[in-house]
Design a binder for this molecule. Sequence first.
Ligand code: SIN
Length: 314
Amino acid sequence: MPSETMSHDAETAPSTVTVTPLAIHIGAEIGGVDLSRPLAPEQVRDIRAALVRWKVVFFRDQPMNHRQHIDFSRQFGAVTPGHVVYGGDGEFPEIYPITKHRTANNFQDQVLLRPWTGWHTDLTAAINPPMASILRGVVVPPYGGDTQFTSLVAAYNALSPAMRGFVDGLRGIHRNAPPQEVKAGKEYEELVKKRTLISEHPLVRVHPESGERALYAGPIHLKSIAGLSPRESQVMLEMLWEHLVRTEFTVRFKWEPGSVAFWDNRAACHLAPRDIFDSDFDREFYRTTLVGDVPVGVDGRPSTSIQGDPITAA
Ligand code: SIN
């Protein structure tokens, strides 16, 4: 796979960052950096540019402790509490542990699995969903446990012009409740009751940095389309969800200990693995998220909050 060094204007300094694309629409591996140490400004600039271009970027062999993970994240924006519903790690409130034993409860008694079940963009129920998420693999299964990502920009662009015109004017209602087909653990239900978030977002979000249009329709939190009848909304959402998980818009990441994935929640959806629950392998990952802005639609209208407070820095 060809790898390219970033090009620059005469005024801008070159950096060591290399970017190797992994799929046509989404995903690139970044080399030439040590994430455990402060980055040079031009490295931050080039990683950010690659993130916006590729929607998710991956790093290999970057062992970090929680403090280094938080410090790396801070170079790209304010860091949120680990999770608005689950909270964070006691000593490091910005760190959200994603461990196999913790997520196992969320996969009990699934009654109707569909191809888009589990795909999501982080916390779209909030008025300002996290701009990006940074996930680090510590205990990694020898095989299995891959994470998949899809480009919401590629998905939008592949709709017919007539459908793009229709969805451009629609808005979705997002709520932090699990989809009907997934029986959530009691713990999650109790926590959600204490912090219910409901927001109306444009169904097509204009990316604040690239200007690209993204089909902002991550399945887990998006419950209905405003102004449509319940049946119209259900059929329309299922059609859009089936579309956005088409494999040609996706990339699949195989983790190694020390791997890091950094994704842009304004333009990507992801799927955590389920295959690990069919094995005895352990999986222990840690995530930070960056404070996001309020989405804006094609018509320039921002999202509106129906319930809950914005996500702020930890
Ligand atoms: C996530 O959904 O943020 C975690 C993804 C993963 O565990 O691979």
